[in-house]
Design a protein around this ligand. Structure first.
Ligand code: 13P
Ligand code: SF4
Length: 313
């Protein structure tokens, strides 16, 4: 059997198992191409949360990272939520604990807490609102202008939000190691060398807020889903992409005939790549690994997440 035959046969086995178990397979835009191709739905954090909240399936196989499966478990407590590899963590979510957040809140009494979705359930339970890159701006704008906002945990997303909303935020100094590695010099180089390309930049990037300074009409700060929509609608043919490399598969597949290039070849999230077809198959076969959130904790985290699912995007 060729490697392609093995992939196809695993995908067929997974589809059959998913039908048998009444399971829906959700995959984030950063997943491996062959995992994206076997999923029922591929999207960004906001789209996947909305799918998880709305699905009628009994089982959700989450091809993504731990906080995403946890969010799905909070939104759909009656469903079985499976994460094919429990080691699929997130360096950004690991950058703040609930204890640290409680201390921070104590220093800023009365402030509204807005947490990026890349956080643990314990941190969400201490938050007033959650947001994703797809609706962060709308979430900030929905909060009365006279309230102090504690924004966490992503420094670069926070700086970008300050620029686009014109509001001063109190920002936690966390970062995603993949996006922080994309620097302003990478964007400057591409801006110089590819005058015919549009630059699609994720707001978690270490260059996001500065990239706006180069704003020359062809730099666009977008969530991963917004990148796909933008490229689809644009009349331009060439795009340089500043985010995790998994999105390139989706762009090439759904926007054929256009050229997509990564701003850096090493923008790869090792956690997102832990999910393989074999692990997705085993997850369905053995109902592993179940992600559950203790009811009292889920209850405290739910309002912030439901606000996220309801606002904008
Ligand atoms: P989005 O897909 O929501 O833009 O998030 C990016 C990300 O880093 C998720 O881990
Ligand atoms: Fe977390 Fe960054 Fe990986 Fe996204 S790309 S899952 S933010 S470590």
């Amino acid at each position: 059997m060729t490697a392609l035959d093995v992939t196809t046969s695993l995908q067929e086995e997974i589809r059959a198992l998913a039908r048998e178990r009444n399971a829906v397979i959700l995959a984030h835009n950063y997943q491996r191409p062959e995992v994206q191709d076997v999923a029922d739905f591929v999207g960004d954090s906001l789209g996947l949360s909305r799918q998880a909240a709305a699905t009628e399936a009994d089982v959700i196989v989450f091809c993504g990272v731990h906080f995403m499966a946890e969010t799905a478990a909070i939104l759909s407590p009656e469903k079985t939520v499976l994460l094919p590899d429990l080691d699929a963590g997130c360096s950004l979510a690991a950058s703040i604990t609930a204890e640290q957040l409680r201390e921070w809140k104590a220093q800023h009494s009365g402030a509204v807490v807005v947490s990026y979705v890349n956080t643990t359930a314990e941190v969400k339970a201490e938050s007033d609102y959650c947001c994703t890159s797809g609706n962060a701006r709308e979430v900030i704008e929905s909060i009365p202008a006279d309230r102090e906002i504690l924004f966490l945990p992503d420094l670069y997303l926070g700086l970008w939000l300050e620029r686009v909303t014109g509001r001063k935020l109190t920002i936690w100094l966390g970062e995603c190691h993949v996006h922080a590695g994309i620097r302003p010099t990478d964007i400057e180089r591409w801006t110089r060398e590819t005058p015919d390309a549009e630059l699609l930049v994720h707001p978690e990037c270490g260059c996001a807020s500065q990239a706006m300074a180069f704003a020359n009409g062809r730099t666009h700060i977008l969530s991963t889903e917004q990148m796909v929509n933008f490229a689809r609608r644009s009349e331009k043919r060439r795009f340089v992409v500043a985010t995790e490399s998994g999105i390139l598969h989706r762009l090439q597949k759904e926007v054929p005939g256009k050229r997509f290039e990564p701003v850096r070849d090493d923008a790869v999230c090792r956690y997102m790549k832990l999910t393989t077809l074999e692990k997705v198959r085993d997850s369905l076969l053995h109902e592993q690994h179940r992600v559950e959130v203790e009811p009292e904790l889920a209850e405290r985290a739910r309002l912030a997440i439901e606000r996220m699912v309801a606002i904008g995007g």
